[in-house]
Every structure is written in C-alpha cells, then in structure tokens.
Write a new protein. Structure first.
Length: 123
C-alpha cells in the first residue's frame, strides 16, 4: 500500500486477483515495465508491482486462492472507511452485497449495479 496513511474515502490501493498471477505479472512487466516484488502467502507468492525505476508499489497482482478465491478477475480499488462493520451493514441495507470477507479489516462489496470495490477499515 501507499507510504502515507490513506484518508477515509480515498483510493488506497489497486490490485488484480486472477487464477494465474505469475502469467499476468509477466504480462504487465512486459507491457508497462512494472517490476514484481514477491509477497509470501504461505506456499505461494502474490506480487507488489513496482513502478519502473522506483521501489514504490504501483499495484498488486494476486492469486485467486484461499480468501481471494471469490474475488472477480478485474482491477479492484480499495477504499478506507471509518467503520467497516457499519459500511457492511449499510451495503446490505442499500441494495448491495458482500462478495468476500478478507479477515477482520477488509471486504469486497458489490453495489446495486453489480460493480465491486474493496473496503478497508480505516484508522
């Protein structure tokens, strides 16, 4: 994630979850010039993709495994919210749904139009 603390309601991170992260990692390395930096996930690696000529992560590329298995293969933005549990309840009451819970501090929601977004418990 970004170096500075992201503000509530702003995009804090972008990633892509796919069945074959290594193949997609290599695609974006060739197309954009991102350099992969492995992120150990137990018995496999996901990747922070570093902007060219920097050590700054530009995005993540993840395997659709474990808790990420239900995440659709699309570029996903993650937005910090003041109260994750309240946002989840409001999602359900407002015609949306929770696609996946990613631990206690993150989830993926679907809005009434079908678009998905990640929510992160802000600080």
């Amino acid at each position: 994630m970004a170096d500075s603390k992201p503000k509530i309601g702003t995009v804090a991170w972008v990633d892509l979850t796919v069945p074959d992260a290594a193949k997609v990692r290599d695609f974006y390395k060739k197309v954009i010039g991102w350099e992969p930096s492995p992120v150990k996930m137990g018995d496999y690696d996901d990747y922070n993709m570093l902007a060219p000529s920097t050590e700054k992560p530009a995005a993540g590329i993840c395997h659709a495994r474990g808790g990420n298995a239900k995440i659709p293969p699309q570029w996903m933005v993650y937005v910090p919210v003041k109260d994750l549990e309240a946002s989840i309840k409001t999602t359900d009451k407002s015609g949306g749904s929770v696609v996946a819970r990613l631990g206690k501090t993150m989830c993926i929601i679907r809005d009434p139009a079908g678009a998905v977004m990640g929510l992160i418990q802000g600080t």
